[in-house]
Ligand binder design. Structure first.
Ligand code: HPA
Length: 248
């Protein structure tokens, strides 16, 4: 089964034929909302809205541990995380889709690990390549089948939010090697790795990052949602092709 985590602009998956919703409690508390089960073209899918059904949970308050724990309990073959980002690199203009291959974590104060207890041995996970190469490859294939161009690598800067960045912060992220900036990529990716799950991100560039492109004066927040609305139609088409890679 494929699990989808929907971000800003995707609080529901309209192509999903819903069969049921299930509230899952975890040792880490409650996930962002009930898990939604259903099918796309006959293939089983589970969907979770990262910010809650009504898009009310800000990035720093998301219970990432509960979300990943709840999904893991269903033993999904892959998790695809859809995320809105700002574009730092010049070619990453609003509306572009990108499957990042690296992350730098600038977040703080979030519950970022399952290996936190005093009773278990100290545990480290390898995170050299933070995203699953198998999941990424399937996403590329699905995008090709859907006829949707996607950029096939980039470094995701995970920032704290909920405010957007200053232009100087974006300059710093760029000199660190970051191509896109978003608020939810971490600790989600690391927690998925700790649970041994195949996880990859399909990012949608919602706006030029602060001080970039046409956003030299300010980021036009209203435009973000119309960019996302249009782009999510393309994301859904990729997901519809992706499900065909899975035997339920
Ligand atoms: N910065 C951080 N997160 C974001 C942005 C941004 O410009 N756009 C969408 N999510």
């Amino acid at each position: 089964m494929l699990a989808i985590i929907g971000g800003s602009g995707m609080t529901q998956l309209s192509c999903l034929k819903i069969s049921r919703r299930r509230v899952i409690r975890t040792p880490y508390g409650e996930p962002s909302g009930p898990l939604t089960f259903g099918t796309i073209n006959g293939h089983d899918i589970v969907f979770l809205a990262r910010h809650g059904h009504g898009h009310t949970i800000p990035p720093h308050r998301i219970n990432y541990r509960a979300n990943i724990w709840a999904l893991r309990s269903l033993t999904p073959e892959h998790i695809v995380a859809v995320a809105a980002v700002g574009g730092i690199r010049e070619d990453l203009i609003p509306g572009k889709l990108i499957i990042p291959n690296q992350i730098i974590d600038y977040t703080y104060g979030r519950d970022f690990t399952y290996f936190d207890g005093s009773e278990e041995p100290v545990t480290h996970v390898d995170f050299t390549h933070p995203y699953s190469s198998v999941t990424r490859t399937q996403l590329f294939r699905a995008a090709r089948l859907a006829g949707e161009p996607v950029i096939n690598s980039g470094v995701y800067a995970a920032v704290q939010g909920p405010r957007l960045e200053t232009a100087a912060e974006i300059n710093r992220l760029e000199s660190d090697g970051c191509d896109i900036v978003g608020m939810t990529g971490m600790p989600e990716a690391a927690l998925a790795r700790e649970q041994g799950l195949n996880y990859a991100t399909l990012a949608v560039v919602a706006n030029y990052a602060a001080g970039r492109g046409t956003n030299v004066a300010a980021i036009p927040l209203k435009e973000i949602y119309s960019v996302l609305e249009t782009a999510m139609v393309r994301v859904r088409s990729i997901i519809e092709h992706l499900v065909q890679c899975y035997d339920d």
